[in-house]
Design a protein around this ligand. Structure first.
Ligand SMILES: Cc1ncc(COP(=O)(O)O)c(C=O)c1O
Length: 394
């Protein structure tokens, strides 16, 4: 164990089960550790490094901004924030934006917005319906929204106003809806909860139900947005439009930023009702603008569709070969491989030894979320390493 890892154990709270690698440099889809060892990165900062590590357009935008203006406070107008909001609005179905620093914070803001909407339009309705198997973040409110006992149990009592219902079950949404409901909140494809895809028409049925009841549909696109599943936003693939959408992760290609986007009608905050010290600061917005512009100008979502399909076929090939692989599922570059026993950790370790970084989604599953600029050749390399790793664990 390197000295850095010993120091980490000494000084940092033990909240992460870290892989014993200390990373010091990154470029494209590759990272290097302190001993100069190279790894192909299929973790991508947990679906964050959209343009890969230290992409020149992001590095240049940040460098230029850092010499001009880093932070002002939202008491003043700043140009990068306005340019980014305009670009997001002109490429989505939403019309108003609020910037935060992280995903959970964007989701908290979205729920606050829905509660204000409830006060204005729904006789004070405040409850949000969310799904089992979801993941919306780590703040107390978002732990209550996250329908997974393992995230909720350690923090009971949780904030009230959240009802978790079964995912992919429209009847469960309908029967949980009361005069107290102001919104339904969900991830179009569940990420951390297992890469769970919506059943045909499920999202459309939820949209129709929200319209029928006059309640808001909040889509958490923190993991699926910015091209990750092959369109700039996931909702485009499901024939629906949300009233409110949250973004973070890939938005800044590694520079922390989150966003709430809303339709005009749902954009009910007035000055003083919501704020953030750092949210939308010029530095983060310059990084996100450069990221989004690159994604749009270079049809990165198209690359995700093509390479994502290639990745899924490669993984399907491995499933044919290894009987203990029970499932390969996902869309674009958000893909999971599931096993019939808890070998996720051993496969991860074997991949690491061969120079591939992967994420253990569950004890019996791995998740792949590489940078969106990845090539078929890099996928071939990863599949080759996985093949060896899987052979070594049987
Ligand atoms: C769908 C979704 N929502 C919210 C979050 C929380 O984002 P953050 O970790 O930036 O707070 C995550 C993080 O994994 C996520 O995947």
């Amino acid at each position: 164990m390197s000295n850095w890892q010993e120091l980490e154990h000494k000084y940092l709270m033990h909240t992460f089960e870290r892989v014993p690698v200390t990373l010091v440099r990154g470029e494209g889809a590759r990272v290097w550790d302190e001993d100069g060892r190279e790894y192909l990165d299929f973790v991508g900062g947990w679906a964050v490094d959209s343009l890969g590590h230290c992409h020149p357009v992001v590095a240049e935008a940040v460098t230029e901004q850092v010499h001009n203006l880093i932070q002002t406070s939202n008491q003043f107008y700043t140009i990068p924030q306005i340019r980014l909001a305009e670009l997001l609005v002109s490429n989505s179905c939403l019309q108003k934006v609020f910037f935060s620093n992280s995903g959970t914070e964007a989701n908290e803001g979205a729920v606050k917005l829905a509660r204000r909407y409830g006060q204005h339009h729904l006789n004070g309705a405040y409850e949000v319906i969310s799904m089992t198997g979801s993941f919306h973040g780590r703040t107390l409110g978002m732990v209550a929204a996250t329908g997974q006992a393992k995230h909720q149990q350690p923090y009971i009592p949780l904030p009230t106003g959240f009802i978790n219902v079964e995912y992919n079950n429209i009847e469960a949404v309908k029967s949980a809806t009361t005069e107290r409901t102001c919104a339904v909140m969900l991830e179009p494809v569940q990420g951390e909860g297992g890469i769970n895809l919506p059943d045909d028409n499920y999202l459309k049925m939820v949209r129709d139900w929200c319209d029928q009841k006059g309640i808001l549909l909040i889509l958490d696109e923190i993991q699926t947005g910015m091209g990750r599943i092959g369109t700039l936003f996931a909702y485009e693939q499901y024939g629906i439009e949300p009233d409110v959408m949250t973004l973070a992760k890939s938005l800044g290609s590694g520079i922390p930023i989150g966003a709430i986007l809303a339709k005009y009608g749902a954009s009910v905050f007035v000055p003083g009702e919501h704020a953030s010290t750092y949210g939308g600061n010029p530095l983060a917005c310059a990084a996100a603008y450069a990221t989004l512009k690159f994604i749009l100008d270079n049809d990165i979502a198209g690359n995700v569709r093509e390479v994502g399909q290639y990745l899924i076929s490669g993984l399907e090939g491995l499933k044919q070969k290894f009987q203990f692989i029970t499932d390969v599922r996902g869309r674009g570059l958000l893909v999971a491989m599931e096993f019939n026993s808890d070998i996720g950790g051993s496969v991860l370790k074997a991949c690491l030894e061969e120079g591939l970084l992967v994420n253990r989604l569950k004890p019996n599953a791995l998740r792949f979320m590489p940078p969106l600029i990845i090539s078929n050749d890099e996928v071939d390399e990863a599949i080759g390493i996985l093949d060896e790793a899987l052979s070594s664990v049987v």
